[in-house]
Design a protein around this ligand. Structure first.
Ligand code: DX5
Ligand code: ZN
Length: 218
């Protein structure tokens, strides 16, 4: 199966969000990856609900919303109303993760859980059957353009084993430092979804870069 490609709008030109959305619509991208940062869970602030809603007006593909915020349970319905199709919360931000997953599903959105690089995949043993997506952070969340962490491959393999063993339909998404060089090995290890920010948006031809990622041999 080819990867699901989710370019991260964080690396796009915020002064031209409509044309960036139109480029993603034309491209082979599957989802729009939307990075929401609150300056508390992560040491950076990106953008929030009104900007997501503005992107939604022009997006013809699902919005994959990655909430890097504390107390995400306070905002799930708002992000759904602002057009989120997939809502991913951080394991590290949710003492009542099971409840938040149910809350996301009640809105009709797909539910995802993200893990920081230091968080072992084993913490998902008792919830993997309930979730639609696991986002493995392959950089420390908060910024685009960082270097890929090599330990990610081993985490993918462990997570894949858990997913298969439990008959879960969860997709494995890799977020951070993804490029043409590491994409084949990520796919071989068991990834389903590749997020790419700076690799796509700093390229001379983002549409072609997306096509190249979509069609990588592995
Ligand atoms: C990092 C974000 C990522 C980021 C990826 O906190 O969650 O989605 O935008 O950007 P690149 O591909 O540049 O690492
Ligand atoms: Zn992200």
């Amino acid at each position: 199966m080819p990867p699901i490609i989710a370019p991260s709008v964080l690396a796009s030109d915020f002064a031209n969000l409509q044309s960036e959305a139109e480029m993603l619509n034309r491209s082979q991208a599957d989802w729009f990856h939307i990075d929401i940062m609150d300056g508390r869970f992560v040491p950076n602030i990106s953008f929030g609900l009104p900007v997501q809603a503005a992107i939604k007006k022009h997006a013809q593909k699902p919005l994959d919303v990655h909430l890097m915020i504390v107390e995400p349970q306070l905002y799930i319905e708002d992000f759904r109303k602002a057009g989120a199709d997939i809502i991913t919360v951080h394991y590290e931000a949710c003492p009542h993760l099971h409840r938040v997953i149910q809350q996301i599903k009640l809105t009709g959105a797909k539910a995802g859980v993200a893990l920081n690089p230091h968080t072992p995949v084993s913490v998902l043993e008792d919830i993997i059957a309930d979730i639609d997506l696991v986002c493995l952070m392959s950089v420390n969340p908060g910024f685009g353009g960082q270097k890929f962490i090599e330990n990610t491959y081993a985490k993918i393999e462990k997570l894949k084993t858990m997913i298969v063993a439990q008959g879960s339909s969860a997709l494995i998404e890799i977020d951070g430092g993804v490029n043409q060089e590491n994409a084949p090995k990520l796919m071989k290890s068991g990834a389903d979804v590749l997020v790419a920010g700076s690799f796509v948006f700093t390229a001379a031809d983002p549409e072609k870069t997306i096509a190249d990622l979509k069609n990588i041999a592995y």
